[in-house]
Design a protein around this ligand. Structure first.
Ligand SMILES: [Cu+2]
Length: 404
């Protein structure tokens, strides 16, 4: 039997507080409860958000709040997804604890599908590997990953007692010096730092499962070895890697057990001058779903993954790096802000093929190229198969969240 996720569980509340002006100063009018006043935590560092991006974000936030209540989603219950860099330490530590908690719980995936799946994190990695050639370079990219983030959040809450929401890696703030983000802290409040430097050479990796080989260049990077610090330094990975310099006939999709450490390989050139506020603004100001999907995926998504490198840069088993979920929350946030400029016309739109760049899969080589539709069924793992359109809203169905 498949346990369907608890819908109400998605709507746990964190109530924002507003700060009164000190006595004797000319008090600004108290912001209304639906303003984007930050909840207490760390002060934002890095490159400040420029006015033009801020304008897009405010329009999105206003439109979402104006649409509440929506079913069980209300101004009180809406989940606030915030930047990791501004979360308070207790929330950070609790998030990281919940990830390690999932790593300590046994996998639910059928052993015949993924003999190497050991823990609950591997369940997520298994289905991401299994669906990679369908959910990237295709119309499903955005709705599939939105649903995936929500499932992960639900697992953290329902199985590991996490009380918060998925934070995002606000990488535009740190494009010129990514390691200054608190995400990459090696303390108990970060995801750990770069892997030990192995002085790797650039290489070219190949996707399995496609009838036309797709090659992925990988920079040499500045690390490549095990992450030496932080809460995941003792994490043992099992599934993957999948992309190699050759298609591995013996373990094509990395479903067999392959115990190893979490490796990272930061590539500053994928971030500097690339993951900038200017490019983020270009994405949210796109005029069509085709344009936004193309720039999100080809520019932001690809370079964010390549920046992290190591496990995080394998398009299939990338979920092995727990930072994946923060990276994808940022992708989801950019899409959400774009949707929020015109909810009526942009919430439910799809564009793109049904497979990676429209290339036929090796297990269905004769299926002709076709376009994704809103009613196509997505495979989220463990028997959960929603339609693509179910992965698109932010405050209806399973969802109740806003990016702050
Ligand atoms: Cu993905």
């Amino acid at each position: 039997m498949v346990l369907l996720p608890n819908l109400l569980g998605a709507c746990l509340a964190i109530v924002a507080t507003t700060t009164a002006a000190p006595a004797g100063t000319c008090a600004a009018p108290k912001p209304p409860p639906d303003s984007d006043t930050p909840t207490p935590g760390h002060e934002m560092t890095g490159i400040p958000m420029p006015d033009d991006f801020h304008r897009f974000q405010r329009i999105y936030q206003k439109k979402i709040r104006a649409s509440l209540p929506s079913g069980n989603c209300t101004k009180k219950t809406i989940g606030k997804r915030r930047s990791w860099d501004e979360l308070d330490d207790a929330t950070r530590i609790d998030y990281l604890r919940a990830v390690n908690c999932l790593a300590a719980k046994p996998a639910l995936t059928d052993k015949s599908l993924a003999p190497g799946a050991v823990n609950r994190l591997d369940d997520f990695t298994y289905i991401h590997i299994n669906q990679t050639n369908i959910i990237h370079g295709s119309g499903y990219l955005l709705p599939w990953h939105r649903m995936f983030l929500w499932q992960f959040e639900e697992a953290m809450r329902n199985e590991c007692g996490y009380k918060g929401h998925i934070p995002y890696w606000d990488n535009a703030r740190f494009s010129e010096d990514p390691t200054s983000s608190a995400v990459w802290s090696g303390s108990e409040t970060g995801f750990g730092s770069n892997g030990v430097d192995l002085h790797l050479e650039p290489k070219t990796l190949v996707f399995p499962g496609l009838t036309k080989p797709f090659k992925l260049p990988m920079p040499g990077g500045t690390g490549g070895g095990c992450v030496p610090d932080g809460p995941f330094k003792n994490l043992t990975l099992s599934l993957g890697p999948v992309v190699k310099t050759f298609v591995d006939k013996n373990n094509t999709y990395g479903y067999e057990s392959n115990p190893r450490c979490l490796a990272r390989n930061f590539d500053p050139a994928s971030s500097k001058g690339v993951l900038t506020w200017a490019n983020a603004t270009t994405i949210v100001s796109s005029h069509s779903i085709g344009q936004v999907r193309g720039t999100i995926e080809g520019l932001w998504h690809k370079n964010s993954h390549t920046y992290i490198g190591g496990e995080g840069a394998d398009p299939f088993s990338t979920t092995n790096d727990p930072a994946f979920y923060l990276l994808h929350a940022q992708i989801d946030r950019l899409w959400a802000i774009w949707q929020g400029q015109d909810l009526e016309n942009r919430q439910y739109t799809i564009d793109g093929n049904r497979t990676f760049l429209g290339i036929p899969l090796t297990d269905a080589p004769d299926v002709p190229v076709s376009l994704a539709t809103l009613d196509d069924v997505m495979d989220m793992g463990l028997g959960y198969k929603p339609k693509a359109k179910e992965g698109m809203p932010m405050i209806t169905g399973n969802f109740c969240f806003i990016y702050e």
